[in-house]
Design a protein around this ligand. Structure first.
Ligand SMILES: Nc1ncnc2c1ncn2[C@@H]1O[C@H](COP(=O)(O)OP(=O)(O)OP(=O)(O)O)[C@@H](O)[C@H]1O
Length: 351
């Protein structure tokens, strides 16, 4: 089997468990992202795949071979690590050419491949420069070009765009995605930027405390989080306390609330909604069962979106994001409103 497989990988430093019996399979050609807060074990997991860190227990398979004890250079992986600096004694051309030079690729082929890679990272014309003559972001792009120039089947990337400004970052996201798809590369990508993870990945694993809290395609983890942690980590989340009374779910103000997949088992928990799925209307006009009462607490202008903060009767603050389109209805601070949603957009989460 090609791709990557981890089996019960465990790593601790002293008393601190950093990766806890992690098992996962990443098929060849998948863009797979490890996303999570600082210290959740993303880099350690990537480093175990790379061979820089040895797991205490468990096994690592790369392209069907047991690579648990293999040296990093035996694993045939392309890598861009946070601190994986470019060689200071080589210029940009020589740095990018390095993986091809060691493979003894013909000079003409090297020149072409390096030119393509440098064009991708927008560094054409920088060939003769050395690391000390480049900014942090430029060095990062050289490292990226070097990682993919040999078209390795698997590339590991740890925050490779961290030092770039917003526009270049977006351009590079698109380029990395395009080239990995075109070459059928498997990419294991580490980031703590949820937007980047949603944009680029085929599948995302959200890590928390050394375990995978949830794993799935971007849309699924965003729209169907299984816990409040995942809901909150992947963007803004509205969470409303609910409990069952005489078989019916009720929210603040004892008003009945409905969620799409309520099988009647949850007694107490939270109703989850994304702010863009929450709408506001005049008091008394919302449909019973998916309406709560509130008061506009704040209005924020975010450019393409207007964000209303609404305070419910129990003090919970709910966000409602409305596209800044022609003719949108404005609700001023202090206005009484109904907060409404479609039941299929609401999910019930256990505490
Ligand atoms: N060599 C080490 N010795 C001791 N503790 C370590 C070592 N490497 C990592 N850790 C600890 O392991 C935990 C997980 O670290 P890791 O770098 O994998 O997290 P991360 O999710 O990648 O975080 P970040 O987004 O900040 O890079 C952290 O608490 C870190 O301090």
């Amino acid at each position: 089997m090609s791709g990557i497989r981890l089996e019960n990988v465990f790593k601790a430093y002293g008393d601190a468990t950093v990766v806890r019996d992690l098992s996962l399979t990443i098929p060849q050609g998948e863009f797979f992202t490890l996303l999570g807060p600082s210290g959740s074990g993303k880099t350690t997991t990537l480093s175990i795949i790379a061979g820089f860190t040895m797991a205490d227990r468990g096994r690592v398979f790369i392209n069907g071979r047991d690579a648990t004890r293999a040296e990093p250079r035996e694993r045939g992986l392309g890598m861009v690590f946070q601190n994986y600096a470019i060689f200071p004694h080589l210029n940009v051309f020589e740095n990018v050419a390095f993986p091809l030079t060691v493979k003894k690729v013909p000079k003409v082929e090297i020149a072409k491949r390096v030119a393509d890679a440098l064009e991708m990272v927008k560094l054409t014309g920088f060939e003769r420069r050395y690391a000390r003559q480049l900014s942090g972001g430029q060095q990062q792009r050289v490292a990226l070009a070097r990682a993919i120039v040999a078209h390795p089947p698997i590339v590991l990337m740890d925050e490779p765009l961290g030092a770039l400004d917003k526009n270049l970052r977006y351009h590079m996201q698109m380029e990395i995605k395009e080239i990995s798809t075109r070459l059928g590369m498997t990419v294991v990508y580490v980031t703590h930027d949820q937007e980047e993870a949603l944009t680029m990945s085929d599948r995302i694993a959200i890590m928390n405390g050394g375990v995978i809290a949830q794993m799935g395609p971007p849309r699924e983890v965003y729209e169907r989080p299984q816990s409040a942690f995942v809901a909150k980590f992947l963007g803004e989340a509205d969470l409303i306390r609910v409990e069952r009374q005489s078989g019916c779910l009720v929210g603040p103000g004892s008003l009945p609330v409905r969620a799409g997949e309520d099988n009647g088992s949850l007694q107490k928990g939270q109703l989850f909604l994304r702010p863009e799925k929450v709408t506001l209307c005049d008091p008394g006009t919302g449909e019973a069962g998916c309406t709560l009462r509130g008061k506009v607490h704040q209005v924020a202008f975010l450019g393409n979106v207007i964000r209303f903060e609404v305070e419910l009767e129990d003090g919970t603050i709910i966000l409602s994001d409305v596209a800044n389109a022609a003719g949108i209805k404005n609700f001023p601070v202090g206005a009484a409103v109904d907060v409404t949603w479609l039941p299929e957009h609401a999910r019930l989460l256990e505490d």
